[in-house]
Design a protein around this ligand. Sequence first.
Ligand SMILES: *[C@@H]1O[C@H](CO)[C@@H](O)[C@H](O)[C@H]1NC(C)=O
Ligand SMILES: *[C@@H]1O[C@H](CO)[C@@H](O)[C@H](O)[C@H]1NC(C)=O
Length: 510
Amino acid sequence: MYLTIPLILLFSRTILCSNILGVFMFPSISHQIVYQPIWKELSLRGHNVTVVTPNPLNDPSLTNLTEISVHFTYDFLKQTKIQELMSKDVNVFQNLDAIFRFMDAIAEAELNSTQFKQLIDDQSKQFDLILIECFHPVMYALSGRFKAPIIGVSSLGVLAAGYDIVGNPTHPVLYPDVLLSFHDKELSLWQKTKSVMFSLWSRYYHHNILVPRAHEMAKKYFGKDIPYVGDLEKNQSMLFLNVNPLMYPPRPTVPAIVEMGQMHIKPVKPLPQDLQKILDDATEGVVYFSLGSNVKSVNLAETLRTTIIEALSELPYQVLWKWESDHLEGKPKNVVTRKWLPQQDILAHPNIRAFVTQGGLQSTEEAISRGVPLIGMPFMGDQPMNVQKIIDMGIGLGVDPVTVNKEELKNCIIEVAEDKKYNRRIKEVRDLLYDKPMTGLEKVVWWSEYVIRHKGAKHLRSPTADISWFNYLLVDVILTAVVIISIIIYVGFKAIQLSSVHRNDKHKIL
Ligand SMILES: *[C@@H]1O[C@H](CO)[C@@H](O)[C@H](O)[C@H]1NC(C)=O
Ligand SMILES: *[C@@H]1O[C@H](CO)[C@@H](O)[C@H](O)[C@H]1NC(C)=O
């Protein structure tokens, strides 16, 4: 008994010096803020962490952390209109390829960047664990290069192929993909068919188009001998997903999937003085308006912008608008704009009555954690699904940015700000969300070190990951059953026939 305690200390000591590589490729701050606490925390626990990211923390106090910035990839976002590519009004079947071509370009530019290249070519480098933002399969080549276990990480869910890789069952009717903009509780026959078709198409696309293309890219940057990227991807140890059972329908998950959640929520910090004064003085209440970091308010179509300005001007509240430019033409008297705002801290102010949002997952989680009801205005990606969830949970209302008019927007905001039921409900939801044995970050750190300790997590691998679809769908068993039943029916039928022939013969004899 006395011996075990120092042994445990010794054991955790050896763990404290692991080398961890993190590659978080996607240039979007709303994704990166989910990952930043992971690499910060792992380095604070004494691991030697190297990270490739478009959003380095640049914190000199983190002495065990090396950050390779690929911030230049934000230029791709400016050039490509990702907003249009992933808009809820386009055909996802057609656009899947365009979305991944865009990912190709980002991945290739990062692999081509000097520092990342140096890291890949540095023969002295060794890693005990690699964390990969699983948005592009080429990054799995890193596990072939460094011979280290890999954990996939996503700031939201993954497509069907992503679940298949770890053997997690997916049901297209119960869990339609987030890119399909229908999230009614019960799907129509047409929606069900579309969801099944999309899950088949996205799998076909992944295995037969995307992965082969990624493998060609991998050969270019990791050498011809790199194992097939599809095999490396299948070899991943675990998958960390930023989902929670309130925003996503609860689903069965295999042990290799770890749900994170509320990764980026920080303790409330004091506001800058000017903002503190604006909020303190606004005793009639404040509406906070921000469309997040991908859908910028300045990029809105002119008609929508006019509608919003008119609606806001008629509100009996102050409005704080994240407007990413110095000038807002026709700015109403009750509106204050800033290019950037400390959203989590603003939402914590008691005078905030409602939050108009694009419905991004991170913004929604922030509103829930601060108890501020929402008005969702979804544009793309998972936003329509999240806004539907906001409505279903009773923590706010939603408007369609394509059809909304001034009256509708104004009435929605006033209803959410005035009717206490939204406020009560969002606080109940907050209590549900936070009632759990471990925070998302604690889970992530624990499971990362688990994979390091055991050099992978093979024993947690679901057999579903390795079974063929033929076996999974019981095709052979069903065929055998059909054959046996057919034989029985055939024999039975013949027997009846024979016996009746026999009876007829008897009649004849008589
Ligand atoms: C860096 O790692 C060492 C152990 O490897 C640890 O003692 C130290 O506290 C870490 N420093 C920081 C700032 O996290
Ligand atoms: C899969 O991972 C294990 C370690 O977890 C490693 O030994 C094996 O070589 C990997 N397979 C491939 C194809 O890389």
